[in-house]
Write a protein that binds this ligand. Structure first.
Ligand code: OGA
Ligand code: ZN
Ligand code: ZN
Length: 387
């Protein structure tokens, strides 16, 4: 690896295609690659991304230059391909920049390069009731970083996984969650105990059925990953149910576009309170990202406040809400499976909705432990494992 690449960041950039020619225009440099692609780079962009030790602190590999500190119309005096195959720029003010061709190609913003990058982005693999559930072994995940990576990719792309062979001692969930990163604590604890209790501070801690929901929709940022680890499951009932919220949103978008739009636009309040806390969050049930793709589902009927929408919106909101809930009950979307001791669910809480059937505490004990890890931690861990 040459020095230009070493400064860029903690990743390495393979040489995809060598630089073969450069041409300088008034506001940009046109770079030609060995595979005949031509990538324009504006002078400002090149100056902004100079990887030299004056512009990027070599220890953190973070930028110290701010582009406003160089002239807006700064021109290159000389642009060439040096002996190492790097793009070398001498600026009018005397500053010199060198760009590794692997790095430059990975960041090129001609249409073709951008389309290629878009194609390589992970996409959610939508699933229905016939999902081949991705199942992983605890011991492998604890000892083998490749097995760990495969699991995390499934959590990212499918949004629902099961792990088997987990010890049934209380607290053992912590060890496997920490294979990803630190746990996101909440008012229910670092680990929460899902058990039927007399003084329940959530319907989750009863024996009632829990309809399909995401956890903590009452928070501005819903937890990204949720774990549910079964220690004891002797009670009758209590089966786990999952739906892919993105698959439902996708079907709703096609089958009832008006309702889809209303769920994206009309905010709903979710609430959870006890003696010491009072959480509320007002947000639409379906969130879209900047590209208009479904990026999050927020739903828990048992935590919902009264709708507060305009008189004109109210009937539309009810129509859309009823339709969404009706879809979560449709067999085509539902995966139903009982969790046994030593097994755990790990799923994307901002995508995959989960439910449990009612159970009968008179027939035996039922004890699950749960915890959360944020999506950022998952994505960061994947990138580090892939380095
Ligand atoms: C919860 C929950 C599922 C279960 O505690 O939020 O969804 O199977 N529990 O008890
Ligand atoms: Zn520099
Ligand atoms: Zn839940």
């Amino acid at each position: 690896m040459n020095t230009a690449a070493a400064f860029a960041d903690f990743r390495t950039y393979p040489l995809i295609s060598a630089l073969t020619g450069v041409q300088t225009l008034a506001d940009r440099v046109l770079v030609r690659w060995a595979d005949d692609r031509v990538s324009p780079f504006h002078h400002q962009w090149l100056r902004d991304n100079c990887p030299c030790p004056q512009c990027v602190y070599t220890v953190t590999r973070e930028q110290v230059l701010e582009i406003v500190d160089v002239a807006q119309d700064l021109m290159a005096d000389n642009v060439s391909i040096d002996n190492d195959g790097c793009l070398a720029v001498v600026w009018q003010d005397g500053h010199c920049s060198r760009f590794d061709p692997g790095w430059l190609r990975a960041h090129a913003y001609d249409d073709e390069s951008r389309a290629e990058r878009q194609q390589r982005k992970p996409v959610a693999r939508l699933w229905h009731s016939d999902l081949q559930l991705p199942v992983f072994e605890y011991q492998a995940l604890m000892n083998d970083s490749d097995a760990l990576l495969q699991w995390l990719l499934a959590v990212r792309d499918v949004g629902l996984t099961q792990v088997r062979g987990v010890p049934t001692e209380p607290g053992s969930l912590k060890l496997i969650a920490q294979r990803i990163s630190f746990i996101r604590e909440s008012n229910f604890g670092v680990l929460f105990n899902v058990q039927s209790k007399a003084d329940a501070d959530s319907n989750a801690y009863t024996a009632f059925n829990l309809p399909l929901h995401s956890d903590l929709p009452t928070r501005e940022l819903q937890p990204g990953l949720q774990f549910l680890h079964c220690l004891v499951n002797d009670a009758e009932g209590g089966e786990s149910i999952f739906v892919d919220g993105f698959a439902i949103a996708d079907a709703l978008r096609r089958e009832d576009p008006e309702s889809f739009k209303n769920l994206c636009e009309i905010p709903v309040e979710f609430r959870n309170k006890d003696r010491h806390s009072d959480y509320r969050c007002l947000a639409p049930i379906i969130a879209l990202n900047a590209l208009g793709q479904v990026s999050e589902i927020r739903m828990a009927n048992f935590l919902r406040g009264p709708f507060d929408a305009s008189v004109e919106q109210m009937p539309r909101l009810y129509k859309a809400y009823r339709r969404f809930i009706a879809m979560t009950r449709e067999p085509r979307f539902r995966l139903i499976q009982r969790l046994n001791p030593g097994e755990l669910w790990c799923f994307d809480n901002r995508r995959t909705l989960h439910a449990r059937n009612a159970f009968d505490p008179a027939t035996g004990a039922r004890h699950f432990q749960g915890c959360y890890v944020d999506r950022d931690e998952l994505l960061s861990r994947i990138l580090v494992l892939q380095r």
